[in-house]
Structures are given as structure tokens and as C-alpha cells.
Design a protein. Structure first.
Length: 213
């Protein structure tokens, strides 16, 4: 009985050692395509990080790995229709990213920032479409709805010109408008105040004037 047990133990050890030193199996085409999709996604994140200034070096190592994988799969004659279709979709996406990265890199080398250019173009369009707005206020302390409309129009104008509105709250604006209106009424002896919002030279112009009877 002991002899049988020893034989069984030795066979288990041989099987365990055999599996331990066995060569890893080649990944399937489906697994390689999944890995390629993940690497393309990761590469896009790495390029975005680089273009945003959070990384000093472009991710060319990752890009070379993806290029090699795309070429190897493209040369594989054993791919079936579904696998080749998926590879074609991934390659098209990767080529589109490559074109974008190439143009962005070229713009950086020539001193152009595509993102800044796009923002400047959007600002010019918004400024060109802006219409001068005017509000006539009887009592800025009580006409809260009118002052809110004035505030909203001013915020939109600031955004169109790319000006910050982070520290521009309505209560603070309401106090400013009421104070300016009170000062004009006292100085000019008028009953109403006209507030106008316009864009001059790419910057917001906010003016107040007294309206006589």
C-alpha cells in the first residue's frame, strides 16, 4: 500500500513540474485584437496627457508597440472575416488618431496651438454676433428681476469675450449696480438709470448713465 502511495505521489510531482516549466501558449487572434484596442485607448490618453502639458515626452514607445501589433495582425493570413473586419475598424480609428496627433505635433513645432486657435476663432464668432443690450432701471434695490436680466446678459458677454466669471456673483453685482444707480441719481438728480452692455475691442463694456425725465 505504501508503494502505491509513493508511485501516486511521484506521478503528481512529475505532472506538477511539467506544468510548471511548460511554455506559455500563444494568445488567440481575439485576445490580440482586444489587447490592441486597449493599447490604442491607452495611447490616446498618453497623447492627451502630453498635449495638455502634464507629460514632457510624447509616448513614442507605446506608439511603436501599437504600430508593430497593427502590422503583425495585418500580415496575418489566418484571420477570418469577423477578425479582419474588427482589425479594419481598429486600424481606421488608429489612423484617425495618428492624423490628429501628427497635425497637433506639427502645429506645436510651428508655434501654433490648435486648441488656442479654436478658442480664438470661437471668441471672434461670438463677439461678432453680440448685440448691444440696454436696461433702464427705476429702483435697482427693488427691481431684482431686471437686475438679474442685466447680470445674465453681462455674464454671457464676458463668456463670449473669454473673460472670467468665477468671482462674479449676483449678490455682489446687485450691490454694485444699486450703489452706482444711487450715486448717479444723487449727482444728476435723475429718477432712472440706464445700464448698457457692449463689446469694444474684444472686451466687455459696462456703462451706466442717468436718465432725466
Amino acid at each position: 500500500m505504501a508503494r502505491t502511495d509513493n508511485s501516486f505521489t511521484r506521478s503528481q510531482l512529475r505532472a506538477r513540474n511539467k506544468s510548471k516549466f511548460a511554455l506559455p501558449t500563444e494568445p488567440t487572434v481575439e485576445e490580440q485584437l482586444t489587447r490592441l484596442e486597449e493599447d490604442i485607448r491607452r495611447l490616446k490618453i498618453e497623447f492627451d496627457t502630453f498635449f495638455n502639458g502634464a507629460s514632457k515626452k510624447p509616448p513614442y514607445d507605446t506608439k511603436n508597440r501599437v504600430d508593430t501589433m497593427v502590422k503583425r495582425l495585418s500580415d496575418d493570413r489566418t484571420l477570418n472575416y469577423a477578425e479582419r473586419f474588427r482589425l479594419g475598424a481598429l486600424s481606421a480609428r488608429y489612423n484617425a488618431f495618428n492624423d490628429l496627433w501628427r497635425r497637433t505635433m506639427k502645429g506645436r513645432e510651428e508655434g501654433r496651438d490648435p486648441a488656442a486657435t479654436a478658442r480664438a476663432s470661437a471668441k471672434e464668432k461670438a463677439v461678432a454676433q453680440f448685440q448691444r443690450t440696454e436696461f433702464i432701471c427705476n429702483d435697482a434695490h427693488k427691481d431684482v428681476a431686471l437686475v438679474k436680466d442685466l447680470y445674465s446678459a453681462l455674464v454671457e458677454a464676458k463668456k463670449a469675450c473669454g473673460e472670467s466669471v468665477d468671482d462674479f456673483s449676483f449678490p455682489r453685482f446687485h450691490r454694485l449696480v444699486a450703489s452706482r444707480a444711487d450715486g448717479l441719481k444723487e449727482r444728476l438728480g435723475c429718477e432712472k438709470v440706464s445700464f448698457s452692455i457692449d463689446v469694444e475691442g474684444g472686451h466687455v463694456s459696462f456703462k451706466a448713465k442717468g436718465e432725466r425725465k
